[in-house]
Design a protein around this ligand. Structure first.
Ligand SMILES: [Zn+2]
Length: 262
């Protein structure tokens, strides 16, 4: 029998937010020190096997950052060049959810299929998406563009579980948004889970602390359990944590920008 494909995983940081405090990110349990400053890093992820790079999330552009005023270093599609990824030749882009910092820089991925939970698309085009507490986390042009891509036949709508390629699959977990999905990758270390915003920080999943922005705290807890159960490597990678850069080694020459996590 041929060896099953073992993928490599890289995190590419394209910016950060230095203005956040813990109160933006954590709920009030256990007297959390809400005023304490907390950095949030912006990443996109590359799942690499011979001859093929799959990208998880596409971040947001400098154009969007004019409104959001984060510490935006470069467009994610450009940052991927640090790993030699040509966006135009990426076959699949997994979109974890439709918040602005995950689905903005789609245009350079000219031949990709975008893998998205249908419940996520339904939510943002339905009754509750426009409500202020949800709408503040999206850019309407991003939602409109994803809808167009769907009509162009370029969105792979998923209902729950879907295998993208051998050894890479997505699973809806909900919690942060209704169609939030985590990504599961077979690596030499075992199965590694890329949580994206199913766990923004390691503290969320490792200390069982739900993130402050959510549509269902119950589903968020359920997601923590599902991701922990699936991660045979013991590794669940948080989506926005500054500790990513400390826990995993930098790719030589790309210190502060690219880490290899598996
Ligand atoms: Zn996010």
């Amino acid at each position: 029998m041929p060896e099953p494909t073992a993928h490599e995983i890289y995190g590419v940081k394209f910016g950060q937010n230095l203005r956040g405090v813990r109160g933006h990110y954590f709920l009030g349990a256990d007297g959390d020190p809400h005023d304490e400053q907390m950095r949030l890093d912006y990443y996109v992820w590359v799942i690499r096997s011979p001859g093929q790079d799959i990208v998880l999330d596409v971040g947001f552009t400098a154009e969007t950052n004019k409104r959001r005023q984060r510490d935006h270093w470069e467009n994610p599609s450009q940052a991927l060049a640090r790993l030699g990824v040509d966006p135009a030749s990426v076959p699949y882009v997994i979109i974890s959810h439709l918040h602005y910092d995950h689905c903005g820089d789609v245009e350079p991925f000219t031949s990709a299929r975008f893998v998205l939970q249908e419940e996520e698309m339904a939510f943002w085009t339905g009754r509750f998406g426009p409500r202020a507490e949800f709408a503040r986390n999206i850019e309407l042009p991003d939602i409109r563009r994803m809808l167009e891509l769907n009509y162009e036949g370029r969105v792979q709508m998923v209902d729950g579980l879907w295998e993208v390629v051998d050894g890479v699959w997505v699973q809806k977990v909900g919690g942060h948004t209704p169609g939030m999905q985590a990504t599961f990758v077979r690596t030499r270390k075992g199965i590694v889970v890329l949580a994206s915003d199913s766990s923004h920080f390691f503290e969320n999943i490792e200390q069982d602390k739900p993130f402050a922005v959510h549509t269902s705290i119950v589903d968020m807890y359920r997601g923590f359990d599902a991701m922990n159960a699936a991660a045979t490597s013991g590794i669940v990678i948080a989506g926005h944590d500054p500790l990513i850069g400390e826990r995993f080694p930098a790719v030589p020459g790309q210190e502060g920008h690219v880490v290899r996590v598996a």
